[in-house]
Design a protein around this ligand. Structure first.
Ligand code: I3P
Length: 316
């Protein structure tokens, strides 16, 4: 799953690049998701295989108050006849960082995908195989018969198996500074299990937890005021957590390939439970839960005071 070679790896999602060792050409490290979509650019840039929807999101985000919470976007470049969206490599200013990917929201497929599955069902063998590998009992008799499952069915199964349904976010994977990688979180569902995973990632370092909490509380305030966020269904997007041995921390929103613009005058609050048609994604509900879960890693009084946000203006 993890490969530190500088060759291309299959990766549809933003995966971090580790400087190993620092100050030498950066190598590629796949943490989670599909491989093959990223390339290390020059001057601290990351190239991600072009996706028009994602480009449009980044262009809008560069004009939105969320700008400091996403990688800076620098337009499209071409390499070997392939277009790439070029953005900041978020790891550039860290020294041998630890990285974690949390997929946000209570739903991981777009309403549009659900419609397509209903109108033109295309059961998938690869997803059946991934399902059986985790739980041979999971497919229905019909799915066993077809040896295939619909993508939306697979995604829903993944949601209920993990904490996506119960907490509105899930840990996808992490890599510690020492190179230890964990990606086996498909069944990490309860608050206790998620807390254990987060504790493992931060290696019980309260300073790191404080840094992440401050950043997440700020992000939540900005999300609640963001025009972009209010007007988009944000699905399959992740928060990328990065820290290093100096105590430096950062969290950014990444992966907008499945972020959809709402029709004119429609907005979301990102906390209302999803029912088909309302397009709610549970992103803020998940962020609330993530903040509380992280705060629980600190002594009670301290965690509580950190998650009480200062006035938004004071942060700018
Ligand atoms: C994949 C994961 C990805 C999804 C991908 C799934 O499952 O849910 O988010 O890509 O669909 O296979 P898993 O993590 O269990 O391997 P999208 O979010 O882009 O839909 P895909 O195979 O159709 O790309």
């Amino acid at each position: 799953m993890f490969d530190e070679s500088s060759t291309w790896k299959k990766a549809k999602r933003t995966s971090p690049l580790l400087p190993m060792p620092p100050k030498t050409p950066q190598q590629w490290l796949q943490v989670v998701g599909h491989a093959g979509s990223f390339h290390v650019g020059e001057n601290g840039m990351l190239l991600k295989r072009f996706c028009e929807g994602e480009q449009q999101c980044y262009q809008k985000l560069m004009e939105d108050i969320l700008r400091p919470y996403v990688p800076a976007y620098h337009g499209v470049v071409q390499r070997d006849d392939q277009d790439y969206n070029m953005m900041d490599n978020l790891l550039t200013h860290f020294n041998t960082p630890a990285i974690m990917d949390c997929k946000m929201g209570s739903r991981t497929y777009l309403e549009a995908e659900l419609l397509t599955a209903q109108e033109r069902p295309q059961p998938r063998k690869d997803m059946y195989e991934k399902m059986v590998a985790v739980d041979p009992e999971a497919p229905t008799a019909e799915e066993h018969g077809q040896q295939a499952v619909l993508k939306t069915r697979y995604m829903q199964w993944r949601e209920t198996l993990s904490s996506t349904t119960t907490l509105g976010f899930r840990v996808e994977g992490f890599r510690k500074a020492n190179g230890e990688c964990q990606t086996n979180f498909k069944r990490t569902k309860s608050r206790e299990q998620v807390t254990g995973a987060l504790q493992d990632f931060v290696e019980s370092n309260a300073q790191i937890v404080r840094g992440y909490l401050r950043r997440l509380v700020q992000l939540r305030q900005v999300l609640e005021a963001s025009d972009f966020f209010r007007t988009h269904e944000v699905v399959g997007s992740s928060l990328l957590f990065v820290h290093d041995g100096t105590g430096k921390t950062g969290v950014w929103m990444i992966d907008f390939g499945k972020t959809a613009t709402l029709p004119a005058r429609r907005t979301l609050d990102h906390r209302t439970p999803w029912v088909e048609g309302n397009r709610e994604d549970g992103y803020l509900w998940g962020l609330d839960n993530l903040i509380h879960t992280l705060a629980n890693l600190l002594p009670l009084n301290e965690g509580g005071s950190l998650i009480t946000p200062p006035p938004l203006a004071a942060q700018q």
